[in-house]
Design a protein around this ligand. Structure first.
Ligand code: PLP
Length: 298
C-alpha cells in the first residue's frame, strides 16, 4: 500500500507534499489533529474523530468551517487513493498561513492535511504479554494552561514525557498532573482493574477523552463489567490487579510492568482479555459487517 498525502485537496506521494513556511501550524503548533485507523479500507469511529477534530478546532478558535475542503470527503478519497487496506490516517487542520505574530487577522484559510500510511503490524508480544510503563517526572499540561482535552499538534509535553519514558526503558510513560493524580500516557489512555472493577482517570484530572477509551467504557457497561471514571493515584496503578492502555493505533494493550514491578503476576488478566475480545468484535462489526463507516456502537 503506497503512502499518500492530501494537502487542501491535492493528493501526492509524501515527498511532493508541502505546506507554506508561514503556516501557523509550523510556526506556533497552531493546529489540531486526529489519528484514525482504517480496517480493510473502512475507518473505525470516523464520526467521533471528526466531531473531536471540530471541538478541538473550536477550542483554539481555528475556523474549521472555513477549510477549503470537506475533511470527511478528503479522508475517504485519500484512503481510496492509497488502495484502502489497514491504514493509519493523520488529519491535521491548522489555522493556515499568516503574518508572524499572534494576531489572527490575515491568517488562513486553514490548511487541511490528510496523511495515509499503512498501519504497522503491532508486535505479537504487545497483546500476548503486555508492555512496560513508567510513571515519569514530566507532568501533564494543566487544563488551565493548554488543556489536554484539545488534541493540538503542539505535542512537546507528550514528547518530553515519552523521551523520559524511553530513558527509563518503558514503552509508554504515564503522566501525573500537578496534584499527582494519574492522567494518561503520551499517546494513550490508561485503565486499571481492581477487584473486578474497571477504573480509568476521570476527565477532570486533565486528559484527552480518547475515542478508544469511550469504546472500552461503553463495552464494559454493556457487558456487565462494572466501570468507573475516578481520581486515581500512582499506587492505584502500581497495585492494580490488571492494567492496560488504549489508543486508536494500538487498540487495547495490556500493561505487564509499571516502574519495573509486575502488575500482579505480570500477565494480561481476565478482564483485559475479555475486553480485547469485545473490542475486536466491535471493530469487526463496524468495519466488516456492511455497516456504514463511522457508525457507532451506541
Ligand atoms: C495524549 C493522548 N491520550 C490518549 C490518546 C488515545 O486517544 P484515541 O483512543 O482517541 O486514539 C491519544 C491518542 O493519540 C493521545 O495522544
Amino acid at each position: 500500500m503506497p503512502e499518500r498525502i492530501n494537502v487542501n485537496g491535492t493528493i501526492t506521494p509524501p515527498e511532493r507534499a508541502a505546506v507554506p513556511a508561514l503556516d501557523r501550524g509550523f510556526l506556533f503548533g497552531d493546529s489540531v489533529y486526529e489519528t484514525i485507523r482504517t480496517y480493510g479500507g473502512r475507518p473505525f469511529r470516523l464520526r467521533d474523530h471528526l466531531e473531536r477534530l471540530r471541538r478541538s478546532a473550536e477550542r483554539l478558535g481555528i475556523p474549521h468551517a472555513a477549510a477549503p475542503v470537506e475533511i470527511e470527503r478528503e479522508i475517504l478519497r485519500t484512503v481510496a487513493d492509497a488502495g484502502g487496506g489497514d491504514a493509519v490516517v493523520r488529519v491535521v487542520l491548522s489555522r493556515g498561513p499568516g503574518p508572524i505574530g499572534y494576531a489572527t487577522d490575515g491568517c488562513g484559510p486553514p490548511t487541511a492535511v490528510v496523511y495515509v500510511r499503512p498501519c504497522p503490524p503491532l508486535p505479537d508480544g504487545w497483546r500476548g504479554e503486555g508492555v512496560d510503563v513508567a510513571i515519569v517526572g514530566v507532568r501533564r499540561n494543566s487544563a488551565a494552561a493548554l488543556d489536554p482535552a484539545i488534541k493540538s499538534s503542539n505535542l512537546l509535553n507528550n514528547f518530553l514525557a515519552w523521551s523520559e519514558g524511553r530513558r527509563l526503558g518503558a514503552f509508554e510513560p504515564i503522566l501525573l498532573n500537578a496534584e499527582e493524580r494519574l492522567t494518561e500516557g503520551a499517546s494513550s489512555n490508561v485503565f486499571l482493574v481492581r477487584s473486578g472493577r474497571l477504573l480509568t482517570p476521570r476527565l477532570e484530572d486533565g486528559l484527552l477523552e480518547g475515542i478508544t477509551r469511550a469504546v472500552v467504557l461503553d463495552l464494559a457497561r454493556r457487558h456487565g463489567i462494572p466501570a468507573e471514571e475516578a481520581s486515581l493515584g500512582p499506587d492505584d496503578l502500581r497495585g492494580a490487579d490488571e492494567a492496560f492502555l488504549t489508543s486508536t493505533l494500538k487498540g487495547i494493550v495490556p500493561v505487564r510492568r509499571c516502574d519495573g514491578w509486575p502488575i500482579r503476576d505480570g500477565r494480561p488478566g481476565p478482564v483485559t482479555r475479555r475486553l480485547l475480545d469485545l473490542f475486536d468484535a466491535a471493530v469487526q462489526e463496524e468495519t466488516k459487517a456492511g455497516s456504514a463507516p463511522g457508525s457507532t456502537l451506541r
